[in-house]
Design a protein around this ligand. Structure first.
Ligand code: UT7
Length: 313
């Protein structure tokens, strides 16, 4: 059973916080943030459901699909609007979708988890899916804590994936979790994000390199065949270290963290959508996705990029 990407869009809240803004109120400075992370600005003050609705609506408009014909919403989020019910239920209503909707929490690896789950459901009866990664981390970040406030922010990205057709959406996938590392990144109920940055950094580079190696082998694809690599947008140094070990060029890597910060579930789709909007992706291109985060979870996939119906790119 094939499936195909036919629409994409992203959304960020309007409030921008620059490094200069943070410098004015925290014991930090632009040079530290830029050199250690690559982040220069981020969007904050968002609400997960609103970002999800905005990105989803625009992705469906691009694909030219009637919302009522979308029978599956898989929403990856770590910051649901409330504990119960799932944020996807209000989004489902607001967008006028049909069929099923649920939230999925696999932190910064969540969007790739969501894509894999949606693809598998499209292979078992669902017809048309919205796959969205959306987070408003600013709501669970202590804005007075320089170790997290400079990093975490808000954003969402959405894909429309339609079942059917001759080609599979995913050529390979690798999902995993190491729960023994669950306290390296956490936010207890009602609390703020806490992270052991240095240890997460160390593990992230190793995990992503290994996981990418597994999907390349599974898909029998060479790095040269990948048009764009969209890694989780946590830290430019992590992305550069991963690419150096893989031997993959930065020019073919999607980077938005300089202007978005780390948006968890939003980060990979924000990077992918930016690459597509820059004209760096054509119908049929192979994209490599890889995320890691709280859990610690990881997820990599090789997917075939698509195009809106009747508009091959
Ligand atoms: O999305 C989930 C996955 N998360 C990640 O991938 C994050 C992975 N980790 C990282 O990206 C990096 O570890 C950080 C960006 C979080 C931190 O960078 P680092 O190079 O590992 O710095 P560090 O935590 O080792 O701190 C170095 C120094 C410390 O001071 P001392 O102890 O050397 O005196 C910190 O207190 O930098 C200090 N520091 C800051 N200084 C200025 C920490 N935060 C700041 C800050 N501004 N915002």
């Amino acid at each position: 059973m094939g499936a195909r990407i036919t629409g994409w869009a992203s959304a960020v809240p309007p409030t921008v916080v620059t490094n200069a803004d943070l410098e004015a109120r925290l014991d930090t400075n632009d040079a530290w943030i830029t050199e250690r992370t690559g982040i220069r600005a981020r969007h904050v003050g968002g609400v997960t459901s609103a970002l999800t609705v905005e990105s989803g609506r625009r992705a469906m408009a691009m694909a030219g699909v009637d919302p009522a014909s979308v029978d599956l919403l898989v929403l990856s989020t770590t910051t649901p609007d409330q504990v119960v019910p799932a944020t996807s239920s209000s989004v489902h209503h607001e967008l006028g979708l049909s069929g099923a909707a649920f939230d999925l929490n696999a932190a910064c690896a969540g969007f790739v988890y969501a894509l894999v789950v949606a693809d598998s459901l499209l292979g078992s009866g669902f017809r048309r899916a919205l796959v969205i990664g959306s987070d408003a981390l600013s709501a669970i970040t202590d804005q007075q804590d320089r170790s997290t406030a400079v990093l975490f922010a808000d954003g969402a990205g959405a894909l429309v994936v339609e079942g059917g057709g001759p080609e599979p959406l995913l050529l390979a996938q690798d999902l995993g979790v190491d729960g023994s590392a669950a306290r390296l990144i956490y936010s207890d109920r009602g609390g703020y994000m806490v992270m052991e940055g240095r240890e997460v950094y160390r593990r992230a580079v190793r995990i992503v390199v290994e996981s990418v190696g597994r999907v390349l082998e599974q898909a029998k694809v060479k790095l040269d065949d990948i048009a764009v690599f969209a890694p989780h947008q946590a830290n430019l140094r992590i992305i550069e270290a991963v690419n150096a070990r893989l031997g993959f060029p930065m020019e073919k890597t999607a980077v938005v963290l300089d202007r978005t910060g780390n948006t968890s579930s939003g980060s990979i789709p924000l990077a992918l959508v930016a690459a597509a909007e820059q004209g760096r992706l054509r119908d049929g291109d192979l994209v490599l996705l890889s995320g890691f985060g709280a859990g610690m979870t990881w997820a990599s996939a090789i997917a075939r990029w698509g195009a809106p119906p009747g508009r091959p790119a």
